[in-house]
Design a protein around this ligand. Sequence first.
Ligand SMILES: Cc1cc2nc3c(=O)[nH]c(=O)nc-3n(C[C@H](O)[C@H](O)[C@H](O)COP(=O)(O)OP(=O)(O)OC[C@H]3O[C@@H](n4cnc5c(N)ncnc54)[C@H](O)[C@@H]3O)c2cc1C
Length: 371
Amino acid sequence: MPTTADVLIAGGGVIGTAIAWQAARKGLDVILVDPKAGDAASLVAAGMLAPASESLFGEQELLRLNLLAVRRFPRFAAELEDETGHGTGLRREGTLAVAYDPDDYAALARLTEFRRSAGLLADELDARACRTLEPFLAPDVRGGFLFAGDGSVDNRRYVAALGEAAHAAGVRTIRGRVAEIRDRHARLDDGTPVSAERIVIAAGCWSGGIKGLQVPVRPVKGQLLRLRHPHGVAPVLSHTIRALVRGTDVYLVPRADGELVVGATQEERGPDQTVTAGAVHELLHHAMDVLPVTSELVLAETCAGLRPGTPDNGPIVGHADTEGVILATGHYRNGILMSAVTADAVVALLTGRPPAPEWAPFSPERFARQP
Ligand SMILES: Cc1cc2nc3c(=O)[nH]c(=O)nc-3n(C[C@H](O)[C@H](O)[C@H](O)COP(=O)(O)OP(=O)(O)OC[C@H]3O[C@@H](n4cnc5c(N)ncnc54)[C@H](O)[C@@H]3O)c2cc1C
């Protein structure tokens, strides 16, 4: 006899676990399937909640969704902290975007002009004002812009808390991979059958590998470093720094426990999760250019993760062609930020309500319409 549930969720990264928690809180019987292989992008990510300083030319619809996400996140995290008693390391100091040389400054100013035209607020700061905010910045830093609406979360603590909350809400977890889906049934890679009224695909960049579905996601590799203060004391920064250094983008995200996350590369290399010497060198080199004190920190960890990228860089959330299947994937650079609003949207679909209007451009249908 197959195991049965109201909802089966394939994938226990930040997206699948957030959905599982919220669906179980609504009284649904939920099974979460994940191989627990430790390769989830959610555990590699930097945890920025940065709709403003991440927004790019031509991504206005994505910006509207990300702004909804950043407004929703604090209440979601507070509920999670209340239920589990664990902190998530949410910080709301904002992002200080800085430029290293005059060309970088010109490029940053152009991008900020576009962001302001989209309604985002950014305070222009000269070099001295930047260093008043962040005294460890290099003297070469030309100036920058403060995006006060951005924040960050300690994504590892956040994902762990989501897992605990989901478990406490009654979610059953099965270790394994969903290999195939047919007629409201899933077959796991060891042959185990699971049947469910609704099946949610939240397997990140692996979502396209499940037989019986067409999901246009691909892995986009990102390498990232975690540095620590040798004595584990307060962070060397109070804001996230996003720096343009001779045309290359690098970010530094502080945590309350003294960790400093430095990222990230963006590489089209298929499912490769190796860390390369060149990437570590580049990231450290650029980080030291803007924040020389990083050379004193301990290189605690190097890691690489796979962002679930889509053809238009937007997430894919909504009913799939296959009866009973909902897709919740393709969150690319913003899956941590979008986790709460994705859980809201999928629970709305599971309970027969429409998701927020900001989701309209991101349904799976937009790819089905393409030749
Ligand atoms: C270097 C880097 C930095 C990033 N920084 C940020 C950031 O600052 N802010 C932000 O918002 N986002 C960031 N991201 C993006 C973010 O990490 C992703 O968008 C997000 O983690 C996607 O979550 P997910 O749950 O969809 O996928 P994942 O976290 O990859 O989880 C997918 C899960 O599915 C499981 N799985 C795979 N195949 C199957 C299967 N067949 N059946 C069942 N389970 C399966 C996997 O084991 C995994 O646990 C970053 C990503 C990278 C790589």
